[in-house]
Design a protein around this ligand. Structure first.
Ligand SMILES: [Zn+2]
Length: 229
């Protein structure tokens, strides 16, 4: 199994990362559960929500709350804040940014589904703020595989919703650099950008390893997750 991850996440005591497309389409619960089983993670301890490209963050603070959440229909949200042990959370992406934030003490983590609409709605900023409000001190972060500025061409109506710093003009076309926009928001929230890593994995440009909505227009998703044992 190929998992893109950040070693600092693992050394902080978490299990997590973003799966490559080799494990298959992760849209369905059965496919997700099979992966958790292979990783020796209890599937019933992983929370999922219905992603709506908004900025709502759900806080999970106990395994009891997790069980209640799992017993109900999926809630609409795009971010997780998890402060309890034996809990995990997952999101699905196919170009959107999986934003991983955690405290290096291994107590808390946040995981957000940051599409461009969520970024415009300040989801990265709100996710960082939520994690900071737990009292977490040394926060680290990692932006998983997503569509990079090489492929994220937009029209003026979308470009105008981003800061000028995040816009790239090339051959008469307009591209958005989501990394720039997200890093700006994380810094505004108070995070140290030296602790945030943005490896260059482009879902749209790397067909061998990733699904991409922009490239294929098929509902196929990559799974990103964090579990705190
Ligand atoms: Zn690309």
């Amino acid at each position: 199994m190929k998992i893109y991850t950040d070693n600092r996440l693992l050394s902080s005591g978490f299990i997590g990362g973003t799966l490559s497309r080799h494990t298959g389409n992760m849209c369905e619960t059965d496919a997700q559960d099979k992966i958790y089983q292979e990783l020796d993670i209890p599937a019933e301890k992983i929370a999922h929500f219905h992603q709506v490209h908004g900025n709502r963050i759900i806080t999970l603070s106990s395994t009891k709350q997790l069980a209640q959440l799992r017993a109900q229909p999926l809630q609409e949200a795009d971010g997780w804040l998890v402060t309890a042990s034996n809990c995990g959370a997952a999101i699905l992406t196919a170009d959107c940014v999986p934003l991983f934030l955690w405290d290096s003490q291994g107590n808390y983590f946040a995981l957000s589904h940051c599409g461009w609409k969520g970024v415009v709605k300040k989801l990265p900023f709100l996710t960082a703020k939520a994690l900071l409000e737990t009292g977490a001190k040394s926060i680290q972060g990692w932006l998983g595989p997503h569509i990079q500025s090489c492929c994220f061409e937009v029209q003026q109506d979308v470009a105008s919703q981003f800061s000028v710093r995040s816009i790239v003009h090339k051959n008469g076309k307009i591209f958005v650099n989501l990394n720039t926009e997200i890093l700006d928001q994380l810094q505004q929230a108070g995070l140290d950008l030296n602790q945030i890593k943005t490896p260059y994995y482009c879902t749209c440009g790397d067909e061998e390893n990733f699904f991409s909505w922009r490239r294929d227009h098929i509902r196929q998703n990559l799974l990103s997750f964090i579990y705190k044992p």
